[in-house]
Design a protein around this ligand. Structure first.
Ligand code: APR
Ligand code: ZN
Length: 380
Protein backbone atom coordinates (compact mmCIF):
# COMPACT_ATOMS: atom_id res chain seq x y z
CA UNK A 1 0.00 0.00 0.00
CA UNK A 2 1.11 3.57 -0.44
CA UNK A 3 2.08 6.01 2.26
CA UNK A 4 1.39 9.73 2.42
CA UNK A 5 5.02 10.36 3.43
CA UNK A 6 7.18 12.58 1.19
CA UNK A 7 10.84 13.56 1.22
CA UNK A 8 12.11 17.11 1.80
CA UNK A 9 15.06 18.65 -0.13
CA UNK A 10 17.54 17.81 2.65
CA UNK A 11 16.38 14.21 2.98
CA UNK A 12 13.87 14.56 5.82
CA UNK A 13 10.51 12.83 5.70
CA UNK A 14 7.12 14.47 6.11
CA UNK A 15 4.75 12.07 7.87
CA UNK A 16 1.52 12.21 9.87
CA UNK A 17 1.87 12.01 13.64
CA UNK A 18 -0.16 12.58 16.81
CA UNK A 19 1.45 15.64 18.42
CA UNK A 20 0.96 16.41 22.12
CA UNK A 21 1.79 20.03 22.94
CA UNK A 22 1.29 20.09 26.72
CA UNK A 23 -0.12 18.24 29.71
CA UNK A 24 -3.89 17.95 29.43
CA UNK A 25 -4.09 18.79 25.71
CA UNK A 26 -5.66 16.46 23.15
CA UNK A 27 -3.45 14.91 20.48
CA UNK A 28 -3.38 16.79 17.19
CA UNK A 29 -2.80 14.58 14.15
CA UNK A 30 -0.71 16.65 11.75
CA UNK A 31 2.33 16.54 9.49
CA UNK A 32 5.75 16.52 11.12
CA UNK A 33 9.16 16.47 9.46
CA UNK A 34 11.57 13.73 10.49
CA UNK A 35 15.23 14.74 10.33
CA UNK A 36 17.48 13.02 7.78
CA UNK A 37 18.70 9.62 9.02
CA UNK A 38 22.02 10.03 10.88
CA UNK A 39 24.82 7.42 10.80
CA UNK A 40 23.51 5.36 13.75
CA UNK A 41 19.80 5.95 13.21
CA UNK A 42 17.02 3.92 11.66
CA UNK A 43 13.79 5.12 10.03
CA UNK A 44 10.89 2.77 10.59
CA UNK A 45 7.61 2.56 8.70
CA UNK A 46 5.19 1.79 11.54
CA UNK A 47 2.91 -1.22 11.22
CA UNK A 48 1.13 -0.99 14.58
CA UNK A 49 1.24 0.76 17.92
CA UNK A 50 -0.55 -0.19 21.10
CA UNK A 51 -2.02 2.55 23.30
CA UNK A 52 -0.61 2.05 26.81
CA UNK A 53 -1.55 3.62 30.13
CA UNK A 54 1.95 5.13 30.42
CA UNK A 55 1.10 7.36 27.42
CA UNK A 56 -2.02 8.50 29.28
CA UNK A 57 0.15 9.10 32.36
CA UNK A 58 2.35 11.47 30.32
CA UNK A 59 -0.68 13.19 28.82
CA UNK A 60 -2.33 13.76 32.22
CA UNK A 61 0.92 14.74 33.94
CA UNK A 62 1.34 11.70 36.21
CA UNK A 63 4.67 10.88 34.51
CA UNK A 64 6.71 14.08 33.94
CA UNK A 65 7.91 14.60 30.35
CA UNK A 66 8.92 17.30 27.86
CA UNK A 67 6.80 18.92 25.15
CA UNK A 68 5.90 19.14 22.32
CA UNK A 69 6.20 15.44 21.82
CA UNK A 70 4.97 12.46 19.83
CA UNK A 71 4.10 9.62 22.25
CA UNK A 72 3.60 5.89 21.66
CA UNK A 73 6.13 3.33 22.87
CA UNK A 74 4.64 -0.08 21.99
CA UNK A 75 5.24 -0.44 18.29
CA UNK A 76 6.30 -2.65 15.43
CA UNK A 77 7.19 -1.88 11.85
CA UNK A 78 9.45 -2.36 8.87
CA UNK A 79 12.86 -0.72 8.47
CA UNK A 80 12.60 1.89 5.69
CA UNK A 81 16.09 3.44 5.83
CA UNK A 82 19.30 2.95 7.82
CA UNK A 83 22.23 5.24 8.60
CA UNK A 84 25.70 4.65 7.15
CA UNK A 85 27.04 3.01 10.36
CA UNK A 86 24.04 0.83 11.23
CA UNK A 87 24.80 -2.87 11.50
CA UNK A 88 21.89 -4.29 13.54
CA UNK A 89 19.24 -4.22 10.83
CA UNK A 90 18.78 -3.87 7.09
CA UNK A 91 16.05 -2.17 5.05
CA UNK A 92 12.98 -4.42 4.96
CA UNK A 93 13.64 -6.07 8.33
CA UNK A 94 10.64 -6.44 10.60
CA UNK A 95 11.25 -4.91 14.01
CA UNK A 96 9.71 -4.36 17.43
CA UNK A 97 10.74 -1.11 19.10
CA UNK A 98 12.02 -0.94 22.66
CA UNK A 99 11.64 2.17 24.82
CA UNK A 100 14.62 1.07 26.92
CA UNK A 101 17.61 0.62 24.61
CA UNK A 102 20.53 -0.76 26.62
CA UNK A 103 23.83 1.05 25.95
CA UNK A 104 25.79 -2.09 26.96
CA UNK A 105 28.50 0.03 28.61
CA UNK A 106 27.03 1.69 31.74
CA UNK A 107 27.18 0.24 35.27
CA UNK A 108 23.69 -1.31 35.06
CA UNK A 109 24.14 -2.86 31.63
CA UNK A 110 27.40 -4.43 32.74
CA UNK A 111 25.75 -5.60 35.98
CA UNK A 112 23.17 -7.55 33.97
CA UNK A 113 20.33 -5.05 34.55
CA UNK A 114 19.90 -3.46 31.10
CA UNK A 115 16.34 -2.35 31.97
CA UNK A 116 17.95 0.17 34.34
CA UNK A 117 20.36 1.56 31.71
CA UNK A 118 20.61 5.28 32.35
CA UNK A 119 22.37 6.15 29.10
CA UNK A 120 20.40 4.68 26.18
CA UNK A 121 17.02 6.28 26.87
CA UNK A 122 18.56 9.68 27.63
CA UNK A 123 20.51 9.61 24.36
CA UNK A 124 17.37 8.64 22.54
CA UNK A 125 15.04 11.26 24.02
CA UNK A 126 17.64 14.00 23.53
CA UNK A 127 18.83 12.91 20.07
CA UNK A 128 17.81 14.15 16.60
CA UNK A 129 14.16 13.44 15.78
CA UNK A 130 11.65 15.77 14.12
CA UNK A 131 9.98 19.16 14.05
CA UNK A 132 6.49 20.52 13.62
CA UNK A 133 5.89 24.01 12.22
CA UNK A 134 9.52 24.88 12.99
CA UNK A 135 9.35 23.67 16.63
CA UNK A 136 11.64 20.84 17.71
CA UNK A 137 9.74 17.73 18.83
CA UNK A 138 10.81 15.37 21.62
CA UNK A 139 10.78 11.67 20.74
CA UNK A 140 8.17 10.46 23.26
CA UNK A 141 9.59 7.82 25.64
CA UNK A 142 12.35 7.54 23.05
CA UNK A 143 10.18 5.78 20.48
CA UNK A 144 7.36 8.03 19.12
CA UNK A 145 5.25 5.26 17.61
CA UNK A 146 2.05 7.34 17.25
CA UNK A 147 3.18 8.31 13.74
CA UNK A 148 3.31 6.79 10.27
CA UNK A 149 7.08 6.62 10.62
CA UNK A 150 9.61 7.11 13.38
CA UNK A 151 13.31 7.83 13.54
CA UNK A 152 15.25 6.11 16.33
CA UNK A 153 18.79 5.14 17.34
CA UNK A 154 19.56 1.64 16.05
CA UNK A 155 19.61 0.20 19.60
CA UNK A 156 15.85 0.77 19.73
CA UNK A 157 14.89 -1.68 17.05
CA UNK A 158 14.95 -5.41 17.61
CA UNK A 159 14.66 -7.54 14.46
CA UNK A 160 12.02 -10.27 14.63
CA UNK A 161 10.89 -13.14 12.40
CA UNK A 162 9.23 -11.87 9.20
CA UNK A 163 6.50 -14.48 9.59
CA UNK A 164 5.32 -12.93 12.87
CA UNK A 165 2.07 -10.92 12.78
CA UNK A 166 3.28 -7.34 13.28
CA UNK A 167 0.00 -6.05 14.72
CA UNK A 168 0.31 -8.47 17.63
CA UNK A 169 4.11 -8.33 17.89
CA UNK A 170 3.74 -4.61 18.73
CA UNK A 171 2.44 -5.59 22.18
CA UNK A 172 5.80 -7.20 22.94
CA UNK A 173 7.25 -3.66 22.94
CA UNK A 174 5.62 -2.87 26.28
CA UNK A 175 2.61 -4.73 27.77
CA UNK A 176 3.74 -8.30 27.12
CA UNK A 177 7.40 -7.85 27.97
CA UNK A 178 6.59 -5.79 31.07
CA UNK A 179 3.88 -8.12 32.38
CA UNK A 180 5.36 -11.48 31.46
CA UNK A 181 8.86 -10.30 32.34
CA UNK A 182 7.62 -9.23 35.79
CA UNK A 183 6.65 -12.86 36.44
CA UNK A 184 9.52 -14.65 34.73
CA UNK A 185 12.45 -12.31 35.34
CA UNK A 186 11.66 -9.92 38.20
CA UNK A 187 9.81 -12.33 40.48
CA UNK A 188 10.91 -15.72 39.14
CA UNK A 189 7.56 -17.35 39.93
CA UNK A 190 7.95 -21.09 40.49
CA UNK A 191 5.47 -23.76 39.32
CA UNK A 192 2.76 -24.29 41.93
CA UNK A 193 3.02 -20.74 43.31
CA UNK A 194 0.02 -18.67 44.32
CA UNK A 195 -0.29 -15.30 42.57
CA UNK A 196 -2.55 -12.23 42.77
CA UNK A 197 -2.69 -9.61 40.02
CA UNK A 198 -4.14 -6.21 40.92
CA UNK A 199 -5.17 -4.24 37.83
CA UNK A 200 -6.19 -6.19 34.73
CA UNK A 201 -5.45 -3.85 31.82
CA UNK A 202 -3.04 -4.79 29.04
CA UNK A 203 -0.08 -5.09 31.41
CA UNK A 204 -2.04 -6.94 34.13
CA UNK A 205 -3.40 -9.47 31.62
CA UNK A 206 0.19 -10.04 30.51
CA UNK A 207 1.14 -10.75 34.13
CA UNK A 208 -1.70 -13.27 34.27
CA UNK A 209 -0.43 -14.93 31.10
CA UNK A 210 3.10 -15.04 32.47
CA UNK A 211 1.84 -16.65 35.68
CA UNK A 212 -0.17 -19.22 33.71
CA UNK A 213 2.86 -20.12 31.60
CA UNK A 214 5.05 -20.30 34.74
CA UNK A 215 2.71 -22.94 36.16
CA UNK A 216 1.18 -20.93 39.01
CA UNK A 217 -1.50 -23.01 40.74
CA UNK A 218 -3.71 -20.12 41.81
CA UNK A 219 -3.97 -16.83 39.90
CA UNK A 220 -6.34 -14.34 41.51
CA UNK A 221 -7.27 -11.40 39.26
CA UNK A 222 -8.39 -8.22 41.02
CA UNK A 223 -9.91 -5.17 39.32
CA UNK A 224 -12.49 -2.57 40.29
CA UNK A 225 -14.12 -2.86 36.88
CA UNK A 226 -16.01 -6.11 36.53
CA UNK A 227 -15.69 -6.14 32.73
CA UNK A 228 -11.89 -6.56 33.02
CA UNK A 229 -12.30 -9.77 35.00
CA UNK A 230 -13.83 -11.67 32.07
CA UNK A 231 -10.71 -11.04 30.02
CA UNK A 232 -8.63 -12.03 33.05
CA UNK A 233 -10.32 -15.43 33.14
CA UNK A 234 -9.71 -16.00 29.46
CA UNK A 235 -5.98 -15.27 30.03
CA UNK A 236 -5.67 -17.84 32.81
CA UNK A 237 -6.96 -16.34 36.06
CA UNK A 238 -8.29 -19.13 38.27
CA UNK A 239 -10.27 -16.75 40.50
CA UNK A 240 -11.50 -13.17 40.16
CA UNK A 241 -12.34 -10.47 42.68
CA UNK A 242 -14.24 -7.28 41.87
CA UNK A 243 -12.63 -4.90 44.36
CA UNK A 244 -15.41 -2.32 43.88
CA UNK A 245 -17.74 -4.59 45.86
CA UNK A 246 -15.48 -7.06 47.72
CA UNK A 247 -12.65 -6.73 50.23
CA UNK A 248 -9.81 -7.97 47.98
CA UNK A 249 -7.33 -8.80 50.75
CA UNK A 250 -9.91 -10.88 52.62
CA UNK A 251 -10.90 -12.56 49.34
CA UNK A 252 -7.29 -13.43 48.49
CA UNK A 253 -6.67 -14.79 51.98
CA UNK A 254 -9.83 -16.91 51.76
CA UNK A 255 -8.53 -18.41 48.49
CA UNK A 256 -5.13 -19.24 49.99
CA UNK A 257 -6.05 -20.89 53.26
CA UNK A 258 -5.68 -17.62 55.15
CA UNK A 259 -2.03 -17.18 54.13
CA UNK A 260 -2.03 -14.61 51.33
CA UNK A 261 -0.28 -15.23 48.02
CA UNK A 262 3.37 -16.06 47.34
CA UNK A 263 3.49 -13.24 44.77
CA UNK A 264 1.24 -10.16 44.51
CA UNK A 265 1.65 -8.00 41.39
CA UNK A 266 0.51 -4.38 41.47
CA UNK A 267 -0.27 -3.27 37.91
CA UNK A 268 -1.96 0.10 38.43
CA UNK A 269 0.66 2.47 39.87
CA UNK A 270 -1.37 3.98 42.73
CA UNK A 271 -0.81 4.08 46.50
CA UNK A 272 -3.98 2.18 47.55
CA UNK A 273 -3.28 -0.69 45.15
CA UNK A 274 0.37 -0.85 46.23
CA UNK A 275 -0.90 -1.22 49.81
CA UNK A 276 -3.30 -3.87 48.60
CA UNK A 277 -0.51 -5.85 46.94
CA UNK A 278 1.62 -5.62 50.07
CA UNK A 279 -1.25 -6.86 52.24
CA UNK A 280 -2.22 -9.61 49.79
CA UNK A 281 1.28 -11.15 49.87
CA UNK A 282 1.77 -13.80 52.54
CA UNK A 283 4.32 -13.35 55.33
CA UNK A 284 7.66 -13.93 53.65
CA UNK A 285 6.03 -13.43 50.23
CA UNK A 286 6.77 -10.88 47.53
CA UNK A 287 4.92 -7.81 46.25
CA UNK A 288 6.05 -6.75 42.77
CA UNK A 289 5.37 -3.14 41.79
CA UNK A 290 4.80 -3.13 38.04
CA UNK A 291 2.61 -0.02 37.67
CA UNK A 292 4.33 3.31 36.96
CA UNK A 293 3.30 5.74 39.70
CA UNK A 294 3.59 9.48 40.15
CA UNK A 295 6.65 11.08 41.85
CA UNK A 296 4.22 12.96 44.12
CA UNK A 297 2.19 10.00 45.42
CA UNK A 298 3.38 8.45 48.68
CA UNK A 299 2.72 5.01 50.13
CA UNK A 300 3.05 4.38 53.87
CA UNK A 301 4.00 1.24 55.78
CA UNK A 302 4.40 0.90 59.51
CA UNK A 303 7.84 -0.06 60.78
CA UNK A 304 6.22 -2.96 62.60
CA UNK A 305 4.44 -4.46 59.60
CA UNK A 306 7.59 -4.22 57.47
CA UNK A 307 9.51 -6.12 60.13
CA UNK A 308 6.97 -8.72 61.07
CA UNK A 309 5.75 -9.44 57.54
CA UNK A 310 9.29 -10.19 56.32
CA UNK A 311 8.00 -9.51 52.81
CA UNK A 312 10.00 -8.55 49.76
CA UNK A 313 8.77 -5.37 48.08
CA UNK A 314 10.36 -5.15 44.65
CA UNK A 315 10.18 -2.41 42.03
CA UNK A 316 9.89 -3.66 38.47
CA UNK A 317 11.01 -1.66 35.45
CA UNK A 318 9.99 -3.07 32.04
CA UNK A 319 9.65 -6.58 33.49
CA UNK A 320 13.46 -6.71 33.91
CA UNK A 321 13.50 -7.19 30.15
CA UNK A 322 16.58 -7.32 27.96
CA UNK A 323 14.96 -6.54 24.60
CA UNK A 324 17.62 -8.27 22.50
CA UNK A 325 17.39 -11.42 24.62
CA UNK A 326 13.62 -11.48 25.15
CA UNK A 327 11.78 -9.89 22.21
CA UNK A 328 12.50 -12.52 19.52
CA UNK A 329 11.46 -15.45 21.72
CA UNK A 330 8.39 -13.64 23.01
CA UNK A 331 7.34 -12.75 19.46
CA UNK A 332 7.74 -16.44 18.60
CA UNK A 333 5.38 -17.37 21.46
CA UNK A 334 2.89 -14.80 20.16
CA UNK A 335 3.09 -16.28 16.66
CA UNK A 336 2.50 -19.78 18.02
CA UNK A 337 -0.44 -18.58 20.13
CA UNK A 338 1.21 -19.74 23.37
CA UNK A 339 0.93 -16.11 24.42
CA UNK A 340 -2.58 -14.88 23.58
CA UNK A 341 -1.96 -11.40 22.17
CA UNK A 342 -5.11 -11.35 20.02
CA UNK A 343 -7.28 -11.71 23.13
CA UNK A 344 -5.78 -8.50 24.50
CA UNK A 345 -6.67 -6.38 21.47
CA UNK A 346 -10.09 -4.82 22.02
CA UNK A 347 -10.02 -2.44 19.08
CA UNK A 348 -7.98 -1.89 15.94
CA UNK A 349 -8.09 1.80 15.14
CA UNK A 350 -6.55 4.43 12.86
CA UNK A 351 -4.19 7.22 13.97
CA UNK A 352 -7.06 9.73 13.71
CA UNK A 353 -8.98 7.81 16.40
CA UNK A 354 -6.28 8.39 19.01
CA UNK A 355 -8.17 10.80 21.27
CA UNK A 356 -11.11 8.43 21.45
CA UNK A 357 -8.72 5.58 22.30
CA UNK A 358 -7.42 7.55 25.29
CA UNK A 359 -10.98 8.31 26.40
CA UNK A 360 -11.87 4.63 26.11
CA UNK A 361 -8.78 3.60 28.10
CA UNK A 362 -9.65 6.06 30.89
CA UNK A 363 -13.25 4.85 30.90
CA UNK A 364 -12.09 1.23 31.18
CA UNK A 365 -13.91 0.29 27.95
CA UNK A 366 -10.91 -1.46 26.43
CA UNK A 367 -8.01 -3.70 27.34
CA UNK A 368 -5.80 -2.48 24.49
CA UNK A 369 -6.48 -0.31 21.47
CA UNK A 370 -3.98 -0.91 18.69
CA UNK A 371 -3.36 1.68 16.00
CA UNK A 372 -2.86 -0.09 12.69
CA UNK A 373 -1.00 1.76 9.94
CA UNK A 374 -1.84 0.68 6.44
CA UNK A 375 1.49 1.54 4.92
CA UNK A 376 4.05 -0.88 6.34
CA UNK A 377 3.69 -3.60 3.76
CA UNK A 378 4.66 -7.04 4.94
CA UNK A 379 1.86 -8.81 6.68
CA UNK A 380 -1.24 -8.83 8.82
N1 APR B 1 -8.33 -1.09 42.10
C1 APR B 1 -8.38 -2.13 41.22
N2 APR B 1 -8.13 -1.98 39.89
C2 APR B 1 -7.83 -0.75 39.45
C3 APR B 1 -7.77 0.37 40.32
C4 APR B 1 -8.04 0.16 41.70
N3 APR B 1 -8.00 1.15 42.58
N4 APR B 1 -7.45 1.46 39.58
C5 APR B 1 -7.32 1.05 38.30
N5 APR B 1 -7.56 -0.29 38.23
C6 APR B 1 -7.54 -1.12 37.03
C7 APR B 1 -8.33 -0.55 35.86
O1 APR B 1 -9.71 -0.85 35.95
C8 APR B 1 -7.66 -1.22 34.67
O2 APR B 1 -8.28 -2.46 34.34
O3 APR B 1 -6.21 -1.20 36.55
C9 APR B 1 -6.23 -1.47 35.15
C10 APR B 1 -5.22 -0.58 34.46
O4 APR B 1 -5.24 -0.93 33.11
P1 APR B 1 -4.86 0.07 31.92
O5 APR B 1 -5.42 1.42 32.18
O6 APR B 1 -5.16 -0.63 30.64
O7 APR B 1 -3.26 0.21 32.12
P2 APR B 1 -2.05 -0.67 31.55
O8 APR B 1 -1.68 -0.17 30.19
O9 APR B 1 -2.33 -2.11 31.76
O10 APR B 1 -0.89 -0.20 32.53
C11 APR B 1 -0.95 -0.48 33.92
O11 APR B 1 1.44 -0.42 34.17
O12 APR B 1 3.03 0.18 32.60
C12 APR B 1 2.28 0.60 33.69
O13 APR B 1 1.99 2.98 33.32
C13 APR B 1 1.36 1.74 33.31
O14 APR B 1 0.87 2.22 35.58
C14 APR B 1 0.34 1.64 34.39
C15 APR B 1 0.21 0.15 34.62
ZN1 ZN C 1 3.71 0.92 28.12
Amino acid sequence: MTTGARTTKDGGQVVRAAVLRQVGSPFEVEEITLEPVGPRYVRVQMAASGVCHSDLSVQNGTIPFMFPTVLGHEGSGVVAEIGSAVSRVAVGDHVVLTWMPPCRRCFWCLAGQPMLCNVGMGESIGGPYASVGGDKLIRGLGTATFAEQTLVPEAQVVPVDRAAPLELAALVGCALSTGIGAVWHTAGVEPGSTVAVIGCGGVGLSVIQGARLAGASTIVAVDHMGAKLKAAQSMGATDVIDSSSTDAVAGIQALTGGLGVDYAFEVVGRAPTIRLAFEAARRGGTAVLVGAGSPSEEVTFSAFELFVGAKTLVGCVYGSTDPDRDFPSMVDLVTKGTIDAEGMVSRRIGLDDINDAFRAMEAGEVVRSVIVFDNAGGDS
